[in-house]
Design a protein around this ligand. Structure first.
Ligand code: ADP
Ligand code: MG
Length: 776
């Protein structure tokens, strides 16, 4: 069955050589009970370990059923231990964090025997050793004799051909020793049992054959056996521990040290917690910044006016040098030099309309035209305006000059090029009535406190006193009529045109449009305050329609025929005043302004590049110059946020690395603690890889746990953080944990802890089984 041929095993420690096996040759029968007797240190355990494949011989050969083991690889030895050998130790070597049945099943678990078969065989083995009453107890609830019975059950559970026992009764009293010896004797009827003992009485009483050992040599053999030549009929099934088994094994081990596990998980999660919070905050701040930026963009559009200001043409007084000449030079002022008349052609308008849609929220093209507005007050029609200037004031203030420039006053809100109304819906909410739907719908814009410029109301013909409160109903549905030039002006015999004063008659003319106040609106957020002035606002579409009606009217034709003479007063005018008048009369189809609202600061740069491209290669006069109101407000904030985030993450990463080192130390401690268990697992046939797997599984559980715990804590922390931030900054819901970040962080935690624990796990796997089992 088994044959040792000239086995030698020397231990070299310093200069001394211990000959643990000094040319041992012996053969064993298939079924017999062999006792090995000898003094301590004579090499008995070494021989047993060599026979059982736990230790390697230096030279000689071990033949198993006639097969030489000289060419055995690690995997062969692992399989041999698992398939053919059962070990019993003096100190039982049970795995204390597993139950009795799990201990007995372990060898079969390692070789992948299905659970049901495993359980059945384990129970049979436990019955065989007389433990049917105690199967469901915990290891530490058993007596020494009972523990040794569990160990025997474990050794025989998969019915091995060889049972090796190293001083199995060494720790037991004589009565229990006898019971155990009897049990082993019974088991030897079915297999080869080799038992080491230092008790000659027990050996003589129970064993069939006694081998006396001393100084690494066999001194005497009571019943020698000569193994004849045997055909090699030895087969092995490889063992393989599943990941699931490794996880279960580690899980039960972790459960026995709950306190320490919790502290480890908690400490390791600190890195994850800090990174998660930093990410959540920067995420939220970035969103806030983007929102603020986007709102800022809406109040600071890129503006293209009929007359632009070319700042590059300005020289500035500071750059001027003292002159030595005795002449005076006549020079244009900087402001005049910078003045540039933009040729806003249809080609240019189409070019602007072709800006990639993703870069802009809105392109508002305003056509300047006056509107002949009348409204019925106290039963009679009279002229009104949308202006905010004081109707009682005699002096012409800047506001009314502006009103003249754009024709009629009031604010113009943009309509998307596809005709949809998103501007108002984005920035304004309706506090009475509805959003405007058609070109003839107008709105009243009020401030945050519902106040409105009193002049706007007075100019509409509504009689109000200062601080008077008006019901929404009184204002919503107010109507104003726009009269076409041909109905509004009459030609005098002198050839001049003057407004007709039959306003009631105008109200019913076919070309007269009725404008209706559909609602009162107010900014949604204080950041977009000031997009539209308080007062009347109407759509850019209305201007277009009025333009269409008036562009070929009699007065416009007449004015165009006499460009330098004011057709209403007969006075001569300069070119710019003439142009202003023609625009006001609706005779100019050129837009007065084009306003481009980029989506974000970054998009603004794209838009500017796009506009600059138009000017490339064009001569100075054909260039179109824009004003970038937001030009000075750079995108600093975004970059700053990124920088802060990186610094904070770097700090947090340090704590992550600290936890990694800690996990590594903890795994190392665990490896030391579980040295015995590693030895037992190896004795049961575990491969190196299985041992690595067990420890990797442990670090996986710790790392994954720490990740989950960290994310949970970080998530919960966002609530108090947000409430503090809301109190301090007034921003709501800043810290938002991105689920994607959470998943990645759990993965990072798991991977890092596995990496941290991997070296100790490899150390564990490399542990010499024989040495591991000798450790206490
Ligand atoms: P026994 O079991 O008969 O008491 P062992 O087989 O345990 O004896 O030991 C035989 C000899 O080998 C002893 O002198 C012991 O000190 C020595 N020995 C065993 N293992 C090692 C080792 N790993 N390194 C050095 N010496 C060892
Ligand atoms: Mg020994």
């Amino acid at each position: 069955m088994l044959e040792l041929k000239h086995i030698k095993k020397y231990y070299h420690v310093g200069d001394t050589v211990t000959k643990a096996q000094d040319d041992v040759s012996v053969a064993f029968r298939e079924k017999e009970f062999v006792a090995i007797l000898g003094p301590s240190g004579s090499g008995k355990t070494t021989m047993l370990n060599i026979i059982g494949g736990l230790d390697r011989y230096d030279s000689g050969d071990l033949l198993i059923k006639g097969k030489s083991t000289k060419g055995f690889k690690d995997a062969d030895w692992d399989a041999y231990r698992n398939n053919s050998v059962g070990f019993i130790f003096q100190s039982y070597n049970l795995i204390s964090h597993l139950g009795i049945i799990e201990n007995v099943e372990m060898g079969m678990t390692l070789s992948g025997v299905p659970a049901a078969t495993r359980r059945q065989k384990a129970e049979e083995a436990l019955i065989r050793v007389g433990l049917n009453q105690h199967m469901h107890k915990k290891i530490n609830q058993l007596s020494g004799g009972q523990m040794q019975r569990v160990a025997i059950a474990r050794a025989i559970a998969s019915d091995p051909e060889i049972l090796l026992a190293d001083e199995p009764t060494g720790a037991l009293d004589s009565e229990t020793s006898n019971e155990i010896m009897q049990l082993i004797k019974d088991l030897s009827k079915e297999r080869l049992v080799i038992m080491v003992t230092h008790n000659p009485e027990l050996a003589h009483q129970y064993a069939d054959r006694i081998i006396e050992f001393a100084d690494g040599k066999i001194q005497n053999d009571s019943h020698p056996h000569i193994e004849g030549a045997k055909a090699d009929n030895f087969k092995l099934t490889r063992t393989k521990m599943s990941y699931w088994t490794a996880l279960k094994l580690s899980w039960t081990n972790i459960r026995t040290k709950k306190g320490r596990t919790f502290l480890t998980v908690f400490a390791s999660s600190i890195g994850i917690i800090s990174i998660a919070i930093v990410l959540a905050l920067s995420n939220g701040f970035q969103k806030q910044i983007d929102k603020t930026q986007s709102e800022a963009m809406s109040s600071m559009p890129i503006t293209i006016s009929q007359v632009g200001s070319d700042t590059s043409a300005m020289t500035g007084t500071t750059t001027k040098k003292f002159s030595k000449a005795d002449t005076v030079t006549a020079e244009k002022s900087d402001a005049d030099k910078a003045q540039h008349v933009n040729k806003i052609t249809n080609k240019y308008i189409n070019y602007v309309k072709d800006i990639p849609a993703k870069y802009t929220k809105n392109i508002a093209i305003t056509y300047g035209t006056g509107m002949n507005l009348i409204r019925q007050v106290d039963g009679k029609y009279k002229t009104v305006s949308f202006s905010n200037s004081n109707p009682d004031s005699q002096t012409v203030d800047t506001a009314s000059m502006m009103a003249n420039a754009t024709g009629v006053g009031g604010s113009v809100y943009p309509i998307n090029s596809d005709g949809k109304q998103t501007f108002l819906k984005t920035y304004y909410k309706v506090i009475a009535g509805n959003y405007p739907k058609s070109a003839t719908d107008i709105v009243l814009v009020v401030n945050k406190d519902n106040s409105i410029n009193i002049n706007a109301l007075k100019n509409l013909g509504i009689s109000v006193k200062e601080n008077e409160k008006l019901d929404f109903d009184k204002l919503v549905s107010t109507t104003v009529k726009v009269v076409a030039n041909n109905d509004y002006y009459t030609k005098l015999p002198t050839g001049n045109f003057v407004p007709d004063n039959n306003y009631d008659g105008m109200a019913t003319k076919a070309n007269t449009k009725t404008l209706r106040v559909t609602g009162i609106i107010r900014v949604k957020s204080k950041n977009s305050d000031g997009l539209l002035a308080s007062g009347v606002a109407y759509s850019s579409q209305l201007t277009k329609e009025v333009l269409n009606t008036n562009k070929d009217s009699e007065i416009v034709k007449a004015q165009k025929a006499t460009p330098t003479k004011n057709i209403m007063t007969g006075q001569t005018m300069d070119a710019s005043t003439a142009n202003g008048l023609l625009t006001m009369l609706g005779g100019s189809s050129k837009p007065t302004t084009i306003q481009i609202y980029p989506t974000t600061f970054k998009d603004k740069d794209h838009v500017l590049n796009y506009l600059d491209k138009y000017n490339k290669g064009k001569n100075k006069n054909d260039k179109v110059i824009y004003t970038d109101l937001a030009g000075t407000v750079s995108d600093m904030t975004g970059g700053l946020m990124d920088a802060i985030t990186y610094v904070l993450i770097a700090f947090a990463a340090i704590s992550l690395i600290t936890s990694m080192i800690m996990i590594s130390i903890i795994t190392y401690t665990s490896v030391i603690e579980r040295t015995k268990e590693i030895g037992v697992l190896k004795a049961l046939g575990a491969r190196k890889r299985d041992i690595t797997r067990v420890f990797n599984a442990e670090t996986f559980i710790l790392g994954f746990g720490a990740g989950l715990f960290g994310i949970a804590v970080a998530y919960l922390a966002t609530f108090p953080i947000n409430s503090v931030l809301a109190n301090v900054t007034g921003l709501n819901g800043v810290a938002v944990l991105n689920p994607m970040h959470a998943i990645v962080l759990v993965l990072v935690s798991t991977v890092l802890t596995i990496l941290g624990g991997h070296i100790p796990a490899r150390m564990a796997a490399k542990k010499d089984a024989a040495i591991a089992l000798r450790s206490e």
